[in-house]
Design a protein around this ligand. Structure first.
Ligand code: CUK
Ligand code: CUA
Length: 682
């Protein structure tokens, strides 16, 4: 099945002419019953159900689809999986149920989130957002002020032995090269780190199989000396570098620890998607790249646009990193500390066998490791094939030093023919691959607006059953990522796939000029893939999603009394019911307040203009869902207090007047009475 480089280039040219294989198009059932079942009359329904189906013009197929995805009132357990979706430009994470695709939660991450009071009023969210702007890497951000926006792309659930364990969730900010950690006990963001030496990011996040590290690498390379911007593009090769970052995870808290983290310096290509090895390839990570041409654009200065310059070569380079070896190199003291993180320089990485490169066809996009850890599927983007590498072959080529050349940066490039296990023509614009438990891969085809299903090789399929296109499904439209249930763990859970479509065009009512994204739920249980539902996403452009079995999530319903969500421990300023008090010391007003149905105690706060105000608020409720809010109009203060939660708000009373502080959650029949006065006296 291995194909020589010459054949490959010729094949790509032919394939580029638009040969579409398979041609299985999902038949869309319209209201008039052309869905194959001849209207609901053929459905075997009886009585009232039949009448409703007929009245609503639902075909038999529609009824089947509805039955497969319906979650009846009061039966949340019928959603068997959770989706954790990036929110794209919203800087958030969306949590949805599968198969209903109902939205369960929006988690504020890089963007203030008003309902949860995330980032309004010196509460935990505010602290996290602030730290996420000014932590180690944030040189630019420190000068420019607090970042209140991020572009979330790739969520990563924590893993134990290559399976999701439901403890933590990480996500990266593609725009600013930052990474965040969410605790799945309370679904709240606990930490944002501005990763040193990353101006932007793409590769990652993903965790290593036992959550030792969460990985994040550069997108566009970073200028290594900020004072040399004038020659950044003319001296690109010397001044710019990529970085692969291994953020060490504290096994108790899930937090990332910069002093145990490290980076591997990379050539200034544009590093793209990345994935972690698992099982046989545990200890390794793989990062795609494009623009190995190092095109810099400059169309106004006589140069060619980046899209042209970056598409010149027939091959780009996959980066193969041995992180266990990298750990040894660091232990041996061969790293340098740059901006607060240990970095293995490019020449050391090459010399010590930490970094190898592999040619990959034409500006690829996703690299995804199969459940057995041996196959790496690369989506060609500009090449109509999925190229499947074998880790066994990669390992053998590294051991035998089977190099095609040493590149300009001193990094050995493995022989392409020696490491490819198979190539399958799948269609136009292949991007990302997911897997099921039977040895099939599912790859998204952006240009074809389709999902292609293909078979892997041994041990899953042998002989002519291996590396074959077996099904193709049209989706609506222009699919980016896709996700199968637990599809990038060592044990995928089959059943469903969700297609994350960038364009929805005619799938939803017109809601103005910006159209929703379209999540399409696909049934994988039959011989042919089949679309079950469309769900509009109207809050940013999700990129990647991970799907986890619902039973793995063990979220809390109430906090133990007085818990500070930042530490998940009892806050020293938390109080019990009846222990409220108030202190005025010089220019400081400090209050320990209780919050419960339906009053704040104390409910009157008197400050002098210019005073520092410190409010410790404890929600003393123990009832699930008994959340209260606390808002002070005009002061932009708005926090949410879940049952048991303790939050501290600090600000300066700089505007005089009377301000009616109030509870923002409709918590009881006397919710409207849950208010008080904040008086600022000149
Ligand atoms: S990228 Cu968005 S479609 Cu950031 Cu994962 Cu491929
Ligand atoms: Cu408390 Cu409304």
């Amino acid at each position: 099945m291995a194909i020589s480089r010459r054949e490959l280039i010729q094949g790509a040219a032919v394939g580029g002419a638009g040969l579409v294989v398979g041609g299985v198009v999902g038949k869309v059932a319209l209201g008039d019953g052309d869905g194959g079942g001849g209207g609901a009359g053929g459905s075997g329904l009886s009585g009232q159900a039949q009448k409703v189906a007929t009245d609503r013009k639902l075909s038999a197929d529609d009824v089947t689809r509805a039955v497969k995805t319906f979650v009846p009132p009061g039966q949340p357990g019928l959603d068997t999986h959770f989706l954790f979706s990036s929110g794209g430009h919203s800087g958030q994470i969306l949590v949805m149920g599968v198969p209903s695709l109902k939205l369960l939660k929006v988690i504020g991450v890089f963007t203030p989130e008003p309902w949860q009071g995330y980032g309004y009023g010196a509460d935990a969210g505010d602290i996290v957002l602030r730290q996420g702007t000014t932590s180690a890497g944030g040189a630019v951000s420190k000068e420019r002020g607090m970042l209140t926006w991020g572009d979330t792309h790739h969520p990563a659930l924590s893993e134990t032995k290559g399976e999701y364990d439901g403890r933590w969730l990480y996500i990266q900010d593609r725009a600013n090269g930052r990474i965040a950690m969410v605790d799945l006990r309370d679904f709240k963001t606990k930490q944002i780190i501005d990763v040193p030496n990353l101006e932007s990011s793409h590769g990652g996040c993903f965790v290593t199989p036992n959550s030792e590290y969460v990985h994040i690498s550069t997108k566009t390379p970073t200028l290594t000396d900020r004072s040399k911007a004038a020659s950044a593009l003319t001296n690109f090769k010397d001044l710019m570098r990529g970085y692969s970052t291994f953020m060490a995870i504290n096994q108790g808290t899930g937090r990332m620890e910069l002093d145990r983290s490290f980076q591997v310096e990379l050539p200034p290509y544009t590093q793209d998607l990345a994935d972690s090895g698992k099982l046989v390839s545990d200890g390794w990570v793989f990062i795609n790249s494009y623009n190995s041409e190092m095109a810099v654009g400059g169309n106004a200065e006589g140069g060619v646009p980046i899209e042209v310059g970056a598409s010149k070569n027939d091959f780009d380079m996959m980066h193969v990193i041995n992180w266990k070896k990298a750990e040894e190199v660091i232990k041996a003291g061969k790293s340098r500390t740059i901006n607060g993180i240990k970095v293995i320089p490019l020449d050391v990485a090459a010399a010590e066998g930490v970094l190898h490169l592999i040619p990959e066809p034409k500006s690829p996009h996703g690299v995804d490791v199969a459940p057995n850890g041996n196959y790496l599927c690369v989506g060609g983007k500009l090449d109509p094939h999925v190229t499947i590498y074998g880790f066994d072959k990669i390992k053998a080529a590294i051991d035998a030093k089977n190099y095609e050349k040493i590149d300009d940066f001193g990094v050995p490039v493995l022989k392409y023919d020696a490491v490819v296990a198979g190539r399958i023509e799948v269609g136009l614009g292949p991007l990302h691959t997911q897997y099921d438990e039977k040895g099939y891969g599912y790859i998204s085809l952006f240009l074809d607006s389709a999902v292609a299903k293909f078979s892997l090789g041994e041990p899953y399929f042998k002989g002519d059953q291996a590396f074959k296109l077996v099904d193709k499904l049209k989706v609506n439209y222009n699919i980016g990522h896709l996700v199968t249930m637990e599809g990038d763990t060592v044990k995928p859970d089959g059943k469903y796939l969700v297609a994350l479509n960038k364009w929805s065009i005619d799938r939803f009512p017109v809601v103005g000029t910006l159209k929703p994204q379209n999540f399409q739920l696909v049934d994988l249980t039959g011989e042919k893939m089949e679309i079950l539902s469309d769900t509009p996403i109207g809050i940013g452009e999700p990129h990647y999603v991970q799907a986890i079995k619902a039973e793995r999530i063990k979220a809390w319903e109430v906090y133990p009394p007085g818990t500070n969500p930042l530490t998940m421990e009892k806050d020293p300023n938390a109080i019990e019911d009846g222990k409220d008090r108030l202190e005025k010391r010089g220019n400081t007003l400090e209050a320990w307040m209780t919050v419960k149905r339906s009053q704040f105690k104390p409910d009157t706060l008197r400050a002098n203009k210019g005073d520092k105000v410190i409010l410790h608020l404890t929600n003393v409720e123990k009832t699930p869902d008994a959340t209260h809010g606390f808002a002070i109009p005009r002061y932009n203060i708005n926090v949410s207090l879940d049952p048991g939660e303790c939050v501290t708000v600090e600000f300066t009373a700089d505007a005089e007047g009377s301000f009616a502080m109030y509870c923002t959650e409709f918590c009881s029949a006397l919710h409207l009475e849950m208010q008080g006065w904040f008086l600022v006296i000149a």
